[in-house]
Design a protein around this ligand. Structure first.
Ligand SMILES: NC(=O)c1ccc[n+]([C@@H]2O[C@H](COP(=O)([O-])OP(=O)(O)OC[C@H]3O[C@@H](n4cnc5c(N)ncnc54)[C@H](O)[C@@H]3O)[C@@H](O)[C@H]2O)c1
Length: 355
């Protein structure tokens, strides 16, 4: 069993191991009921979990729509309804089983029921495991935009069962690895070495190397959120590649996998880092090697689209009332948040990724 700890007032343990789901009973200690919110693809596993806890905890199942369709207030209300009918109290719990969409919804339901009950995510995608389930950000979408309604609500434990990740389609897994690589670029270059030197095992969650690389990426996020739970400062470095990446996701009407968009965003950020922070050519090349050659993620975006992407990024800026800021790298593992006022630099960096 491998444990990564988030420290601070909102601390908890993250179990990153094959079979971690079997420790759910311990995490539910003291609860008499739990609502297990799961994606359709997890229906069989949800039933298995309910049966394994029979006689200890009364587990109610809530199957929710797949993907973003679950992050709606109507779906949250469906879950609250089940809890209300079953007289859920403060000592009961909510479990989220699925990708980031399911754990975001489940966290939101847990955060809002009786002003907050115990929440245990069991993330089943790579993105969910290394990002969404760690850090306590919960959210649903509204007609006006993604993740507009939510709260910070730390889980009481996170169970990353690497056996469950093995059934992910290849494209989904590789897209999730964009966030793993990001953790390598901003904080832990050993992640990049593992991806470079032992690619096949690194991408296979059933190998020790595969578990290790996920644990390392989770450790990076855990370290950051331990210091900055509510995104007052340090947590911003997790947005490496996300400023342009979010604008691309928006331009693509959220039909792209997040990892594909931030892959291009990281190449853009690396080029901008080369121009403004002295990041070496070798380090920029390393981005292309890891994201493109190893993970098979896109590295370019059509030329002529930058004006409109810039417009989206500027609107973001206005919303935060701050200058257009980017997470850049002085070196691998040395991120810095930098305001870039000279737009000709942004155009020049985009010129390097325009395909
Ligand atoms: N809270 C946070 O800090 C945070 C961080 C990053 C992303 N997110 C959120 O996460 C969501 C994206 O998460 P995602 O990429 O996991 O998407 P997702 O939850 O939509 O899952 C992607 C697909 O994988 C399938 N799937 C899940 N587990 C599987 C498995 N083991 N085998 C086979 N198929 C499986 C799902 O059915 C779904 O179709 C977004 O809503 C995003 O806003 C939240």
């Amino acid at each position: 069993m491998t444990i990564v700890s988030v420290s601070g007032v909102h601390g908890y343990d993250i179990d990153v191991s094959p079979g971690a789901r079997h420790r759910l009973g311990d995490a539910l200690n003291g609860a008499s009921k739990a609502l297990l919110i799961h994606q359709p693809v997890m229906a069989a596993l949800a039933t298995e979990i309910r049966e394994s806890l029979a006689g200890t905890v009364d587990v109610l199942l809530a199957e929710v729509p797949d993907g973003e369709d679950s992050k709606r207030v109507e779906v949250a209300a469906f879950c609250w309804g089940i809890m209300g009918q079953a007289d859920f109290t403060r000592s009961d719990a909510v479990i989220g089983l699925g990708g980031g969409a399911a754990t975001d919804l489940a966290g939101f339901v847990a955060a809002t029921w009786l002003r907050g009950v115990r929440f245990i995510p069991i993330p089943t995608t790579v993105l969910g495991a290394v990002d969404a389930a760690v850090g306590g950000k919960t959210a649903i979408n509204t007609a006006e935009g993604k993740n507009l309604v939510g709260s910070f609500h730390a889980p009481s434990a996170v169970l990353v069962d690497t056996e469950i990740l093995a059934t992910l389609p290849d494209t989904e897994r590789r897209a999730g690895f964009a966030e793993v690589a990001k953790a390598g670029f901003i904080a832990d270059s050993v992640i990049l070495e593992i991806l470079e030197n032992d690619t096949e095992s690194a991408l296979d969650p059933l190998t020790e190397t595969g578990v290790d690389v996920l644990r390392r990426a989770i450790q990076v996020k855990a370290n950051v959120v331990s210091e900055d739970f509510t995104e007052q400062g340090l947590r911003e470095i997790l947005n490496y590649g996300h400023t342009l990446g979010h604008a691309i996701e928006h331009a693509e009407r959220y039909r792209w996998r997040h990892g594909a968009a931030i892959s291009i965003g990281m190449i853009f950020a690396a080029e901008l880092s080369r121009m403004t922070r002295g990041l070496t050519d070798d380090s920029v090349d390393r981005h292309r090697w890891v994201l493109g050659d190893i993970l098979g993620l896109p590295l370019t975006y059509p030329s002529g689209r930058f004006e409109s992407l810039l417009g989206t990024m500027r609107r973001d800026k206005k919303a935060r009332g701050a200058a257009l800021r980017f997470v850049l790298l002085d070196d691998i593992g040395r991120p810095t948040v930098t305001a870039v006022a000279d737009e000709s630099l942004l155009f020049a960096a985009y010129g390097e990724i325009a395909g």
